[in-house]
Design a protein around this ligand. Structure first.
Ligand code: 5GP
Ligand code: ZN
Length: 116
């Protein structure tokens, strides 16, 4: 279910380079190219879902799973207790730039709320 010209589909297919930190049948997690925190990982479903706006009921389990994977990565990298931020940017005003749904996992520094 990959989409032509989608950079994340290319990374998942191994056609484009990334620093993978975790992968399984449902998702791949890799380091963000332009990290906004000491740790900045993207948790990306293998299925090409354009955005949260395009997610359907059939994606319910996947959406929850991506967050549990992010939480596990935070624990394994020992910044869970200190705290971290998970973010899904959606469409233009949400700041989405890659239209393949993903959860940002940011850690290693404090974050303010609301974000900019
Ligand atoms: P969005 O703005 O859609 O929420 O997040 C897209 C993220 O993907 C950005 O933080 C951006 O730095 C990252 N990104 C864009 N292209 C690539 C790439 O080719 N490789 C990796 N590892 N990250 C990318
Ligand atoms: Zn894609």
């Amino acid at each position: 279910m990959s989409q032509e010209n989608c950079i994340f589909c290319k990374i998942i297919a191994g056609e484009s380079k990334s620093e993978t930190v975790y992968e399984d049948d449902v998702c791949v997690a890799f380091k963000d190219l332009h990290p906004q925190a000491p740790t900045h990982i993207l948790v990306v479903p293998r299925e090409h879902i354009e955005s949260l706006d395009k997610a359907k009921n059939k994606h319910l389990e996947t959406l929850g799973y991506l967050h549990l994977v992010a939480a596990e990565i935070a624990r394994e990298n020992e910044f869970a207790e200190a705290g971290y931020r998970t973010v899904i940017n959606t469409n233009g005003n949400g700041g989405q730039t890659v239209f393949h749904l993903h959860v940002h996992l940011l850690g290693g520094r404090p974050f303010v709320f609301p974000p900019g």
